[in-house]
Design a protein around this ligand. Structure first.
Ligand code: CMX
Length: 138
């Protein structure tokens, strides 16, 4: 089941520059900086109420973020929804004809298993499903 909006991913050209803007905007520091080599991104997370904001900078030209910025410029890149059972949710959404890009799910940033749905199957919005990796699994 999809439980809640977990984070909003924002593509930026330079995380260090964006940090100045978002730290001023939220009035607090980010709580985590993480390099995700498998996704070719450098990330920075803020907590804003019950939702997180993830700033994403490409670490090389093979990154989805690099391609996105070249085409659309900086801005909202994806919405991530928390699930209570990501594998079951992937199965359900496949049955509903969504295009699931990662089956099985893969390890992503912020201690999560993640899977993306292609934006062509979700009205132009890239959707991420995520689930916290529990200690027993992790
Ligand atoms: N939001 C909305 N549309 C997007 C998009 C996005 N973030 N990224 C690409 N698109 C659109 C493109 O504009 C293009 O549309 P048009 O055909 O209308 O021009 C279309 O999707 C292209 O799709 P594609 O040919 O399948 O391929 P791409 O190589 O552009 O890849 C995608 C797009 C979504 C499949 C790829 O970016 C992907 O697999 N993303 C998931 C992984 C990811 O984004 N990782 C970075 C974040 C990691 C993290 O959060 O830690």
């Amino acid at each position: 089941m999809i439980l809640n909006l977990e984070h909003i991913g924002i593509a930026v050209k330079d995380v260090k520059n964006a940090e100045k803007v978002f730290t001023k905007l939220f009035g607090k520091q980010s709580y985590k900086v993480e390099n995700v080599a498998s996704e070719n991104v450098s990330t920075m997370f803020y907590k804003v109420g019950n939702v997180k904001v993830e700033l994403l900078e490409a670490t090389n030209e093979n990154s989805a973020i690099s391609k996105f910025i070249d085409k659309k410029g900086e801005g909202i890149h994806h919405l991530a929804f928390e699930t209570d059972d990501i594998t079951a949710e992937i199965e359900r959404l496949k049955q509903e004809d969504f295009t699931v890009l990662n089956d099985p799910p893969k390890k992503g940033a912020d201690n999560k298993m993640i899977s993306f749905l292609h934006p062509k199957s979700t009205n132009g919005v890239l959707i991420e499903l995520c689930q916290e990796i529990s200690e027993e699994k992790g």
